[in-house]
Design a protein around this ligand. Structure first.
Ligand SMILES: C[S@@+](CC[C@H](N)C(=O)[O-])C[C@H]1O[C@@H](n2cnc3c(N)ncnc32)[C@H](O)[C@@H]1O
Length: 111
């Protein structure tokens, strides 16, 4: 996507490229995956919103003020296979994982 920016009428048009880090992959969410999102989503999903969140808001009691639990931020967990394996070896660690591919999120929740 490009943004047009012309500060003055006679000034040349400047095209500013915005950074795009991903291409949304198509993927069908099955009935079972949709059900998993519906039932487990309220506990595990934090829909994107353009505002700051607090750790307790994300993790509940496990990240209350003063918590020393480490947090892993994963950007792009795909289908979540690697995340699930890593998380299983680190039970004392909280994971905040981001993914833009909705079918991947649904698959991860239903696994
Ligand atoms: C190459 S895959 C890696 C998946 C996983 N980490 C693994 O190792 O199997 C990259 C993933 O990052 C996601 N992704 C890319 N840019 C992203 C962004 N800005 N925010 C969240 N997810 C993103 C893509 O949708 C894709 O699922």
């Amino acid at each position: 996507m490009q943004n047009h920016h012309s500060p003055e009428p006679d000034a040349p048009t400047v095209f500013m490229r915005t950074v795009k880090s991903y291409v949304l992959r198509a993927g069908r969410v099955t009935h079972g995956q949709a059900k998993a999102v519906e039932t487990l989503g309220p506990q595990f999903l934090l829909p994107y919103r353009p505002a700051l969140v607090t750790w307790p808001e994300v993790f509940g009691g496990s990240q209350a003020t003063g918590s020393t639990r480490p947090v892993v931020l994963e950007i792009g967990f795909g289908m979540g296979e690697a995340t699930a394996q890593i998380a299983a070896t680190l039970p004392g660690t909280d994971f905040l994982c981001c993914e833009v591919h909705q079918a991947g999120v649904a698959l991860y929740l239903s696994a």
